[in-house]
Design a protein around this ligand. Structure first.
Ligand code: GTP
Ligand code: NA
Ligand code: MG
Length: 295
């Protein structure tokens, strides 16, 4: 299969913004989940990935969302989030306005050259001033469409649900207008690990985003210096799935080691090859570390 077998794939959308401006709550409202309630101190500390379906012009459209932390300590995660995305949604709380990590997130999105949609959140709050947010961001070059610019601003509330449909529509319109999102689902899967950890019972668990091809249970893969046979794939609700097509985020079980966040993964022919590639990578890393140590 080659270029001729490219099929439309869902946009990958990274949600970014200042701490507590409501990124996770917005995704909870869209997905009808409550991830926020389970977070220590209400602070997101890792990248999450979810796929939702919405209807635009009578057509079902899928969108993959990547939730990033807004706490100032997590600059690297925001930068990584912006890199593997098609579109950035910049969340700004309408009562707080533009804050330091709003600007940082904006700069990551500009550096990654991805289109930006602004979600002006918490418009249910007393003291919410969505007009002020527009003025503030216009100074940074994000001029709202209604002022003659080319950035879509959508007023939303994660609490009341107002504007959520419009936000999803703005994302789909941006994808259709600015991007040509296609991939060949028949190819071997490849993509990027966006989060990984060691689980006591299940061993290494990696959340990966499939960027090209399809990942299947039973595939031999290399992810960073980890390798193994995919034992199970879990979707963002924790349900087992047999395969993960382009733009689909899944948890992968069966790796021998925990890959680094941001490491790429590939499907290879068999376990032996997977092990060889992973071991070569590990020894290259060891040599580089030694060279750095003796410098
Ligand atoms: P970090 O990931 O830690 O950066 O935070 P976040 O941007 O994901 O914010 P989060 O979703 O954790 O929300 C922060 C707080 O704001 C929570 O108490 C939410 O309930 C509240 N909140 C989020 N959206 C809204 C909204 O639209 N209206 C109101 N009134 N409160 C909101
Ligand atoms: Na928070
Ligand atoms: Mg959060």
């Amino acid at each position: 299969g080659g270029e001729d077998e490219l099929e439309a794939r869902p946009p990958v959308v990274t949600v970014m913004g200042h701490v507590d401006h409501g990124k996770t709550k917005l995704l909870d409202a869209i997905r009808k989940t409550n991830v926020v309630a389970g977070e220590a101190g209400g602070i997101t500390q890792a990248i999450g990935a979810y796929q939702v379906a919405t209807e635009v012009d009578g057509q079902e459209r899928k969108i993959t969302f990547i939730d990033t932390p807004g706490h100032e300590a997590f600059t690297a995660m925001r930068a990584r989030g912006a890199k593997s995305t098609d579109i950035a949604v910049l969340v700004v709380a309408a009562d707080d306005g533009v804050m330091p990590q709003t600007i940082e997130a904006l700069n990551h999105a500009l550096a990654a050259e991805v289109p930006i949609v602004v979600a002006v959140n918490k418009i249910d709050r007393e003291g919410a001033d969505p007009t002020k947010v527009r003025g503030q961001l216009a100074e940074y070059g994000l001029v709202p469409e209604e002022y003659g610019g080319d950035t879509m601003f959508v007023d939303v509330s994660a609490i009341t649900g107002v504007g959520l449909e419009q936000l999803l529509e703005a994302v789909v319109l941006t994808a259709d207008a600015a991007l040509d999102l296609r991939a060949n689902p028949e190819m071997d899967g490849q993509g990027v690990a966006i989060e990984a950890h060691l689980d006591k019972g299940r061993g290494p668990v990696a959340t990966v985003l499939v960027q090209r091809g399809t990942l299947h249970v039973g595939d031999s893969i290399v992810a960073g210096t980890g390798y193994g046979r995919v034992r199970a794939l879990l979707d963002d609700h924790g349900h087992n799935v047999d395969e993960a097509p382009p733009s689909f985020p899944v948890q992968v079980l069966g790796l021998t080691a925990v890959p680094g966040a941001g490491d790429s993964f590939i499907v290879v022919d068999d376990d032996r090859m997977a092990r060889q590639i992973a071991e070569r990578r590990a020894s290259r890393l060891r040599m580089a570390a030694q060279a750095a140590g003796t410098r």
